[in-house]
Design a protein around this ligand. Structure first.
Ligand SMILES: [Zn+2]
Length: 353
């Protein structure tokens, strides 16, 4: 999730300007938010059959994400040792998600572990690329970004996880020259496959890749990301049952308190999701698997009140599924970043079950 500027005053001005451009007048802001507050068609309602509700909502979400029906093409996977430290090994990898879409990445394995390794799929948000996940800064701005808890793969190996880093579409090595992420997202909408759905599909194929590595445990796959990385982790966990634990940082919120009132990059928007379900309803698709929500109290892209309200709703659904302790919320005392010190002890608890 990328903010185009800071301050709510800008947000309001931006909306007013947009409203003028499209000729709908200055009521556009309140109109958008009030529509979002009406109960969506597949909102979770107490007393429903949870499994049946999940099946229906998951099918709708898969359709909105534009996921391909054929998902078993050749991976043409490649793995090559890149380097080794005292703590871990690091391989350069790549696999083919679908024709024309080769996904590059890194696979890190901690040393000194016995048995099959749990694996955490690591996703960056808007950033120069996946090298941030492995703690490689190319300038001062990237050093600051990493200081905001974004070296996810290094954190994972330090906590005993293998880490599979992949480059997301339209970011880093997969950005087409001269095409901004926002523009790539608009092109993707026009083609009927939202960029978020394409990124989710890459995560599903990354799990197929995990299955090719015999020392990785397919029953202990996590997915972690901050900002847009969190958004993709979230939707991937909603539709992909092989994800046992999703760690969703600075991206979970009610739509009214984030995407529908604070402008984001186009790549996080899903056409037609609001009349179907709010984000906290969708969180219920992760049950009985595990969901850790990480939030920043001062995050200017997701208001904390909306995060907390959404979390309470998600808890109701997990409770109805008989697993109320499998959704957790960790709040850091800062802005739009990841909070490793607060989150990793809870990740450890949740992974142990
Ligand atoms: Zn974007």
């Amino acid at each position: 999730m990328r903010r185009r500027s800071s301050g709510l005053a800008f947000t309001r001005r931006h909306f007013l300007r947009s409203a003028l451009v499209i000729g709908v007048g200055s009521g556009a802001i309140s109109g958008l938010v009030s529509r979002a507050s009406a109960a969506p068609a597949l909102a979770f309602r107490p007393g429903v059959d949870v499994a049946q509700w999940q099946t229906e909502l998951r099918a709708r979400l898969r359709s909105i994400l534009g996921l391909p029906t054929a998902t078993n093409g050749s991976l043409a996977a490649r793995v090559e040792r890149h380097r080794e430290t005292a703590q871990y090994t690091m391989d350069r990898i790549q696999f083919t998600a679908e024709p024309g879409e080769v996904v590059p990445g890194w696979l890190l394995r901690p040393k000194g572990m016995t048995g099959r390794l749990p694996v955490m799929i690591c996703l960056q948000g808007h950033s120069p690329g996946m090298h941030i996940s492995i703690g490689e800064a190319r300038n001062e701005a990237e050093r600051k970004s990493i200081a905001g808890g974004r070296d996810l793969a290094l954190q994972a190996v330090a906590h005993g996880w293998a880490a599979l880093v992949i480059e997301q579409r339209a970011f880093g090595e997969r950005a087409r020259p001269g095409v901004k992420c926002n523009d790539a997202a608009l092109f993707a909408l026009h083609e009927g496959r939202p960029l978020t759905g394409q990124r989710v599909f890459d995560v599903m194929r990354a799990i197929d890749f995990v299955a090719t590595q015999r020392d990785l445990d397919p029953a202990r796959i996590g997915c972690i990301g901050n900002s847009t990385g969190g958004t993709v982790s979230f939707y991937a966990a909603c539709v992909e049952p092989r994800i046992a634990l999703a760690v969703v940082s600075c991206s979970f919120c009610t739509y009214a308190d984030s995407w529908l009132s604070i402008p984001h990059c186009a790549c996080g928007y899903l056409p037609g999701i609001v009349p179907v379900a709010d984000m906290p309803d969708l969180a219920g698709l992760v049950a009985p698997r595990r969901l850790l929500i990480v939030a920043g109290r001062e995050d200017n892209l997701a208001r904390i009140a909306g995060v907390e309200r959404g979390y309470q709703h998600a808890r109701e659904i997990f409770a109805a599924a008989g697993v109320s302790d499998r959704v957790r919320l960790v709040v850091g005392e800062g802005g739009h970043q990841f909070y490793p010190r607060e989150a990793w002890p809870v990740i450890g608890e949740m992974a142990r079950g």
